[in-house]
Design a protein around this ligand. Structure first.
Ligand SMILES: [Zn+2]
Length: 569
């Protein structure tokens, strides 16, 4: 690592020192922006630390395929040797994963204190994993060395040097994750820099500065990265956590100060407040700073991939997630929406289609004719003035009954389509029935079923639904058990029509919410049910309202299935 030198070159960038130039509002050295940065996704390793996120090996392979489809540079696959699942992942990845743009990375740590690299199992597992790149974590905060590793600072530096050298000798590219770098740099900058220097001298390909506790603020990160940039010609990476809500901002200032590898997770998964959300970092870098990240023509895959991954990890997408959320280009309110129609850039910070999202008009009883006309336009429906007036009346009437179309885009679309004379002819419902049976668990166990918990919750309540439908000339009756009325009805309806509509295989409910309106009336009150459904890439919400919770649930479920079939064909 050099302490002087006027020009550094790596990763497609050349930056010359430009002390004192005033293009940026910083009083420290700011290099020219890089042409490109490497995007490094760690959903499969760091992101999987998120509470409630658990992936099978199959899930991990599917997520990796999505990341490759998006076009990230690196996919961190896991920690081979830490658990059997990650060992199996790397073994299967070698055979099954065909990566087009991404390179697979195996994660590990430096050798243990007092152990020779050739005798260290973590390093052996990294080599065994067969990924071309190893990312190894090292303590760069002196207090962690003393209090967590309980070894000397010299040994900690030697652990880094030995491990990087050993992996390089085995033909692996090596990234060094300098853990707690920013806290360490504040407390003992000499030691933090010694760790980086040892890695660089031993042949590390990238030095990744980690804000492991996630509490750093952008100015600190920018300053520290700029300091390090002055002292090394190695590629620098940035790895942030979002505990202070600054992970994306910190990643951007790090790039502006000289980092050319950005680590994080699509959708910002990770323990505590999560990692840098790459779904925001990528478009910020590409669209606003003009820095190449994923291939430009793939940026429009961002929203579908983010939603697909949310589906694979089984976490409902956040509607307000910047760039890719369902609500982030949604507009409501008369004046505002008509202005959006005239000049979207007055109200939208980027064109939503650039990231595969879309402008959405939100319609509620407050909507005027122009909002409704725009919504129809958005859906490609032609509604004349008379029909719009009729729909508006209907909308107001329904909202008065308890419907809330603002949050039920799926049902709203069906309402508008029906106003044009369209009818859903996929199937017709003759009747449905739901029976809930409360029996003691002992009795259920004694019934001889192989799995007494099938359709039986912990209290011994079974719900069974029967639906009778017609598809074309066929009358079909199907019955299913479920862990509640919606689940049972969904199962029965799928049982009845699934064979006729294979698209249903890819469509399933992700959330179900019940709200009791008019609570003053107690059990006689009106119930509003919202159902969220996904086909893996798009999510829609449908609504039902009734004094009867089963009827309300059925309406929402029926609309959800009809909407799914409509868009699958
Ligand atoms: Zn991390």
């Amino acid at each position: 690592m050099s302490t002087s030198g006027e020009t550094h070159s790596h990763g497609g960038r050349t930056h010359t020192h430009a002390h004192g130039h005033s293009a940026h509002a910083h009083d420290y050295y700011v290099p020219d922006l890089p042409e490109s940065v490497d995007i490094f996704d760690t959903i499969l390793r760091d992101g999987s630390q998120q509470e409630g996120l658990s992936l099978t090996v199959d899930d991990k392979l599917r997520v990796a395929e999505q990341l490759d489809h998006l076009g990230v540079t690196f996919i961190e696959g896991g920690w081979p040797g830490a658990n059997p699942k990650d060992i199996e992942f790397f073994a299967r990845a070698k055979k099954e994963l065909k990566l087009g743009t991404a390179t697979l990375v195996a994660f590990g740590s430096t050798r243990r204190a007092g152990v020779k690299p050739e005798a260290d199992t973590v390093l052996a597992n990294l080599i065994e994993a067969g990924a071309p790149v190893a990312c190894i974590v090292a303590k760069s905060w002196d207090r962690h060395v003393a209090e967590a590793l309980r070894t000397s600072l010299d040994e900690a530096v030697a652990m880094v040097a030995d491990s990087v050298r050993y992996l390089r000798e085995h033909d692996l590219r090596v990234f060094l994750d300098a853990e707690h770098f920013f806290d360490g740099y504040r407390g003992n900058p000499d030691f933090a820099i010694r760790v980086l220097a040892a890695a660089e001298e031993a042949g590390a390909d990238a030095l990744v500065l980690c804000d492991t506790n996630g509490g750093s603020l952008p100015d600190d990160v920018g300053q520290a990265v700029a300091d390090v940039r002055e002292r090394t010609s190695a590629q620098l990476g940035i790895h942030c956590h979002n505990d202070a809500g600054c992970a994306v901002a910190n990643s951007l200032v790090a790039v502006q100060a000289g980092a050319t590898q950005v680590q994080g997770c699509v959708n910002g998964y990770g323990e505590r407040a999560g990692n840098t959300d790459l779904s925001a970092a990528i478009p910020n870098l590409s669209l606003k700073l003009n820095i190449r990240t994923i291939p430009a023509e793939r940026l429009e895959r961002l929203t579908p991939v983010a939603h697909h991954i949310a589906e694979l990890v089984n976490i409902a997408p956040n509607a307000q997630q910047p760039y890719v959320g369902n609500s982030v280009f949604a507009h409501k309110g008369g004046l505002h929406t008509s202005a959006v129609a005239r000049s979207a850039d007055l109200y939208e910070h980027v064109q939503p289609n650039l990231v595969g999202n879309g402008t959405r008009v939100v319609v509620s009883e407050m909507a005027g004719r122009s909002t409704l006309a725009m919504k129809a336009d958005e859906l490609g429906l032609e509604l004349d003035g008379e029909v719009i007036g009729r729909v508006l009346d209907q909308l107001k009437h329904l909202e008065h009954e308890g419907y809330h179309f603002e949050v039920a885009d799926g049902s709203l679309e069906l309402l508008l389509r029906r106003a044009t004379g369209w009818t859903a002819d996929f199937f017709t419902v003759e009747s449905f029935r739901v029976i809930t049976d409360h029996a003691s668990p002992d009795a259920a166990n004694a019934s001889g079923e192989t799995d007494p918990m099938d359709g039986v919750d912990a209290l011994g309540v079974t719900t069974e639904a029967t639906v009778k439908v017609h598809v074309g000339p066929d009358r079909i009756v199907a019955t299913a058990e479920g862990n509640g009325p919606v689940n049972a009805l969904d199962g029965a309806l799928r049982g009845a029509i699934g064979a006729k509509f294979p698209a249903l295989d890819h469509i399933h409910l992700t959330d179900y919410r019940v709200r009791v309106l008019d609570t003053g009336r107690g059990t006689g009150a009106v119930t509003r049910v919202l159902v969220d459904t996904t086909d893996g890439e798009r999510t829609w919400t449908t609504i039902g309202v009734s004094e009867n919770i089963i009827e309300a649930s059925w309406q929402a479920l029926y609309d959800s299935i009809v909407f799914g079939l409509l868009h699958a064909t």
